[in-house]
Ligand binder design. Structure first.
Ligand SMILES: Cc1cc2nc3c(=O)[nH]c(=O)nc-3n(C[C@H](O)[C@H](O)[C@H](O)COP(=O)(O)OP(=O)(O)OC[C@H]3O[C@@H](n4cnc5c(N)ncnc54)[C@H](O)[C@@H]3O)c2cc1C
Length: 589
């Protein structure tokens, strides 16, 4: 049976040291947040380990029931959601005037990961609600916010994001759902949406749909799409629930993983909705909240990867097969544990490099999201926002690719038992796969990176990464103990700059060169970025080693593995990027 234990020590290290929060004592809410770290970590771990995790397998095996437009979640999910809401978890980061606690995003990150590790299907509903609240906060009128935000923030109502249609997935410009104005200022929405996560469920008393649709005479394509808020139950003037709105769930999808998360076909038959933001500006409105939404989806990959790694490690320490190549390590036993085998160690270290590197990246980006909104200095706010813009596609793709690869590697560590459902590795692999697809496929993230982020104001965003890395290398230039990290880091940064130049110039001449190398560039960027993260963690491990010798020795060993075995992957990626578009665009498919 799988187990899960929240990575509290790593979070303490990241929050107390890696984030350098002492530099940000003047940022609104940071000091209060730091005082809450310990109780929050303890309480979130308790809920995730004791309530959500035991339901993970129940959700996978029992799945959802659909009947006559209603969806019933698996046993225990309703009660678990109630416990999540009663604990005040959905309110953590939202403004106090709407019932939130006004805390920074970085403080939310541990709980977010733990929920995804313990029960990804459960986590989707609150995760989507977070995205929907964000869109409302940024674009809805005060009147709409007052009606919807407090109940969505408390978690009593959920929010869902309705973009996809049968013929409009990545290309939302093809969408057909229509919105006709009514005399009272509302709109009648008619159309068909598919793949709507938690479009219908039994955990909340109301479900607030944010629906993209076209107004009459809207321009064709993506510039003619507007955003509407469309509640399952209309809300009376006194805030009570009124009439059932005219939309329904026509069915749920049978899918590879996340069996307890309803993926709904939704029909809107003249449903009443209200415009959010400007007419025809629905897509930019949706995209302004995408950074946080993509950060959240990235953390899904991290969460599942962490759970898969923990179980593979425990199994590998226990499983006796063969003898160490250099002679028996445990001669008194029938065989050595498989952790003596170099290849098993390679797999375990690869997974550890991913989970600890990804966790550091996620919380670092979360801190920058906070600084972009809260820092007193405008220049620092801009810098933080630029960094978040650059990192969003990298984070979404590297964490979700890494989560799936880690789940697959974990299965390999289990050998044949990994393929047998009761060990849990198979569920992690199935659950992790979707995160590479939704919220913009990872291929589309790569196009965003090379097409928009890399080229923005001739490298303004890129500089937000290269400058701090150069400064770090310069800061440790005279430290011989750090040379094993800073020297190769400098070299791999050069390779990345070379790739950036190549894509910038060749892609300008022929966009297929940029398209053909985009995913490799994204992977290369991720490798170098994790190189920086691991070098930074190594520097901290050297400084702090006496405070917890075992923990910091493990950090240092993992950093060394990363530099020796993973970072050199940039060289083959550079070769592949500079091979250009010809091999890809050749006739032959
Ligand atoms: C379980 C699940 C839950 C979901 N939840 C939601 C939800 O809550 N709300 C919602 O609105 N949607 C949701 N979706 C839909 C999801 O976001 C889409 O499936 C996704 O955006 C991809 O669209 P598509 O499936 O139509 O694929 P397509 O757009 O048809 O893409 C097919 C392939 O072509 C590639 N491709 C397409 N266009 C380009 C391009 N311009 N450049 C390069 N490559 C390209 C893609 O990367 C992909 O590999 C969900 C889907 C699933 C499976």
């Amino acid at each position: 049976m799988p187990t899960y234990s929240a990575p509290l020590k790593d979070y303490q290290f990241l929050i107390n040291h890696f984030l350098e929060l002492d530099n940000y004592n003047d940022v609104e809410g940071f000091a209060e947040a730091r005082a809450l770290v310990e109780p929050l970590l303890t309480e979130s771990a308790k809920l995730c380990e004791e309530v959500l995790f035991p339901l993970n397998r129940v959700g996978d095996t029992q799945g959802l029931k659909y009947k006559d437009g209603t969806v019933t979640t698996p046993e225990g999910f309703k009660e678990a959601y109630k416990a999540y809401v009663e604990g005040g978890w959905p309110t953590l980061t939202w403004p106090t005037e709407y019932g939130g606690q006004g805390m920074p995003e970085f403080l939310n990150m541990p709980m977010l990961e733990m929920v995804c590790s313990s029960n990804l299907s459960f986590g989707l509903t609150p995760g989507l609600t977070h995205g929907a609240i964000h869109a409302m906060m940024l674009h809805a009128t005060d009147e709409l916010k007052n009606i919807y935000a407090p109940k969505m923030i408390s978690g009593e109502w959920s929010g869902v994001m309705c973009l996809t249609e049968p013929t409009a997935g990545t290309d939302l410009g093809l969408m057909k759902t229509r919105a006709e104005p009514n005399a009272d200022g509302s709109y009648s929405i008619t159309g068909n949406k598919i793949f709507i996560s938690a479009g219908e469920q039994d955990q909340t008393e109301n479900i607030i749909h944010l629906v993209l649709a076209r107004l009459p005479n809207a321009p064709k394509g993506s510039k003619g799409i507007s955003l509407f808020v469309c509640p399952k139950f209309l809300v009376n003037a006194d805030g009570s629930l009124g009439e059932r709105n005219k939309f329904s769930c026509a069915g749920i999808e049978h899918k590879m993983g996340i069996h307890a998360s309803p993926t709904c076909v939704m029909n809107y038959d003249g449903a009443t909705g209200w415009l959010v933001g400007q007419p025809h500006r629905g897509l930019p409105a949706m995209f302004t909240m995408m950074n946080t939404a993509r950060l959240y989806v990235g953390v899904q990959g991290l969460g599942v990867g962490e759970a898969a790694y923990q179980n593979a490690l425990a199994y590998a320490k226990d499983r006796l097969q063969g003898r160490a190549l250099t002679g028996p390590k445990f001669p008194e036993k029938a065989a050595d544990p498989i952790t003596v085998h170099p290849d098993v160690r390679r797999m375990l270290y690869t997974m550890k490099c991913f989970t600890e590197g990804a966790r550091a990246l996620a919380i670092w980006v979360a801190r920058e999201v906070d600084l972009a909104h809260r820092h007193p200095d405008e220049a620092r706010r801009t810098e933080a926002d630029d960094f978040v813009q650059l990192m969003t596609p990298i984070l979404k793709s590297s964490l979700t690719d890494g989560g799936f690869e880690t789940a697959s590697t974990a299965m390999q560590c289990f050998g044949g038992y990994g393929y047998i459902e009761e060990y849990g590795a198979a569920q992690y692999l199935r659950d992790a796969r979707i995160a590479m697809i939704y919220e913009g496929t990872n291929g589309v993230q790569a196009m965003d990176l090379v097409g928009r982020k890399m080229t923005f104001e001739t490298g303004r965003y890129l500089a937000r990464f290269f400058h701090p890395v150069d400064a770090f290398i310069a800061e440790h230039r005279n430290d011989p103990a750090m040379a094993e990290f800073t020297k190769p880091l400098k070299q791999h940064v050069k390779y990345l700059q070379q790739a950036s130049m190549w894509i910038g110039t060749m892609g300008f001449a022929n966009p297929n060169h940029a398209g053909a190398g985009a995913v490799e560039y994204q992977k290369m960027f991720s490798l170098v970025m994790y190189g920086y993260i691991w070098a930074k963690q190594a520097a901290l491990a050297m400084q702090l080693k006496d405070s917890d010798p075992e923990f910091y020795a493990a950090k240092l060993a993992t950093a060394r593995f990363y530099f020796a075995k993973i970072l050199p992957g940039t060289i083959s990626l550079l070769a592949s990027i500079t091979a250009g578009a010809d091999p890809v665009m050749a006739e032959g498919l």
